[in-house]
Design a protein around this ligand. Structure first.
Ligand code: SF4
Length: 69
């Protein structure tokens, strides 16, 4: 695991590999992962499975979500 990933809260969370993109919220005493896609905004961590997960693309282009027409 990369050193910068180990410094993140819940480093094994699926959120850190998601292009949503999540944001780490630091209150000084606690750290949370804010999700811009889910209704619950602060999902229970570590997230292991997520229906809203968007894989990051290696070339940095925005992900395309497969949706039914
Ligand atoms: S969509 Fe799911 S995996 Fe992605 S940041 Fe939100 S909660 Fe985490």
């Amino acid at each position: 695991m990369k050193p910068e990933v180990q410094m993140l809260p819940f480093p094994d969370s699926l959120c850190h590999r998601c292009a949503a993109p999540p944001r780490v919220i630091d209150t000084g005493s606690s750290r949370f992962i804010f999700c811009p896609l889910r209704a619950d905004k602060y999902p229970r961590q570590p997230v292991r499975e997520c229906a809203e997960y968007l894989p990051q693309r290696p070339d940095g282009t925005p992900p395309v979500r497969d949706r039914d027409p």
